[in-house]
Design a protein around this ligand. Structure first.
Ligand SMILES: C[S@@+](CC[C@H](N)C(=O)[O-])C[C@H]1O[C@@H](n2cnc3c(N)ncnc32)[C@H](O)[C@@H]1O
Length: 403
């Protein structure tokens, strides 16, 4: 691979914003990609993927190159040099990369690879928490899987098109896809492409959604004509899936505490041809009270640590804090306690997270079922999805039925 100076400089800039100014990787990359309109898909891919890679392996690379935060530009080039050496990319003869100690880097990599928290490049507290929660064996497998780059997965919008037809249409546009067994609407791209630029996307024929996430809506067993509440709808990834499972019939109420996210949901719903969704921002407890005992189905896709989706948000490793997990666990239980009242007798509810920690998952459900609010609910089934076993994001979902 031949390295281009302007692309590498863009990566260095992005790393500076992410590491030193605590910017979110996706937003920073979006900003840096605007530097030069002439960059093609390959150039943009290089900037985004290299930045994500160095963010993912920050601790390992920083330990190898002995640099400490806040990083100077020189330090950032040293991190980049480690990336090149470990990827087997020839170091160009630029002055910023002069004297890169290639053999020493490889030697240190071999030595440090014996220490999990450094090899997997995670903070000490996260390594301890993961091992305690899942046991050493599963945690080691899981964190290795969560350090892989996530592939691009599409969910066919079955309101508009069948999966086979979508696959043919995309192939005509030079986008190769493969169906995934056990995920009826999913198509996986063996080679990354910018699918957002396609007409098919603009016409709402598909959404980008991880395969594990595509299991959540079907778990709720919705039917056309029902009243379904999606109480933590965000920008609506799962709301749209619920709408297609409801065949656009019935009432789908999308709630969230952030109006801004619901606005994005509305735009996506329009693109997807979803007509049965209504959004309501939770600006007081009244919004929830109004819906008491009225939902046939309720989805609680609760806010969580996001430990199951580190593949697509590697900067969470450095942004997440143990206190946040404790705080969010409180919110998860409150959501279960208060929002479950929206389910009507005989109705069903799914509690889901994109975490792999039992304390955010099965333990929360057990605590709820033990409480007064949960006493009218029956546990039906649950699914723990591990990235190391499924090859996709880590997720949890539990189905409960109100008697
Ligand atoms: C895991 S995300 C939801 C993702 C979304 N369901 C999707 O599929 O795209 C959790 C959402 O819960 C929202 N949230 C946080 N606290 C909440 C609360 N107390 N009540 C309702 N929603 C809340 C967040 O704003 C966030 O959008």
């Amino acid at each position: 691979m031949r390295l281009h100076r302007n692309l590498v400089f863009a990566v260095i800039d992005a790393l500076h914003y992410i590491f030193n100014e605590r910017g979110y990787a996706d937003k920073v990359i979006e900003k840096v990609l605007k530097y030069d309109k002439r960059w093609g898909a390959r150039d943009r891919g290089f900037i985004a993927e290299t930045t994500y890679d160095i963010v993912r392996w920050k601790r390992l690379y920083a330990t190898i190159s002995e640099v400490y935060e806040p990083y100077t530009r020189e330090d950032l080039f040293r991190l980049f040099a480690v990336w090149c050496v470990l990827k087997g990319i020839r170091i160009p003869d630029w002055k910023q990369l002069e004297g890169t100690p290639e053999r020493r880097i490889k030697g240190k990599f071999d030595e440090l690879s014996k220490i999990r928290k450094i090899k997997e490049s995670i903070p000490d507290w996260m390594d301890e928490l993961g091992e305690e929660a899942l046991g050493a064996k599963l945690w080691s497998q899981e964190i290795t899987a969560l350090n892989k780059q996530a592939s691009v997965i599409l969910r066919t919008n079955t309101l508009r098109i069948k999966r086979e037809q979508l696959q043919i249409l995309l192939a005509k546009n030079d986008i190769e896809t493969e169906p995934i067994e056990g995920y009826p609407d999913a198509l996986e791209l063996p080679i990354r492409k910018n699918v957002f630029a396609t007409e098919a996307f603009k016409e709402g024929l598909f959404e980008v959604q991880d395969a594990s996430s595509q299991l959540v809506a079907p778990f709720l067993e919705v039917k056309p004509g029902q009243r379904v509440v999606d109480a933590c709808a965000g920008a609506g990834g799962k709301t749209l899936h619920l709408a297609s499972q409801m065949e656009n019939k019935g009432q789908l109420i999308a709630l969230d505490i952030y109006e801004s996210k619901l606005k994005k949901l509305k735009v996506r719903a329009r693109r997807n041809g979803v007509h049965n969704v209504e959004t309501r921002a939770i600006d007081s407890t009244k919004v929830i009270k109004k819906l008491y005992n009225s939902a046939d189905r309720l989805l609680l896709d609760a806010p969580c640590s996001g430990l199951g989706v580190l593949r697509r948000n590697p900067d969470s490793k450095w942004k997440l804090e143990p206190d946040f997990i404790t705080r969010i666990m409180g919110v998860q239980q409150e959501i279960l306690q208060n929002y479950s009242k929206m389910v009507k007798s005989g109705g069903q509810m799914v509690y889901a997270t994109c975490s792999i920690l039992p304390q955010e998952n099965a333990d929360q459900v057990a605590k709820f079922l033990d409480s007064e609010a949960g006493s009218g609910f029956e546990f039906i089934k649950e699914q723990n999805i591990y990235a190391s076993k499924s090859g996709y994001d880590g997720f949890y979902m539990a189905l409960l039925k109100k008697q």
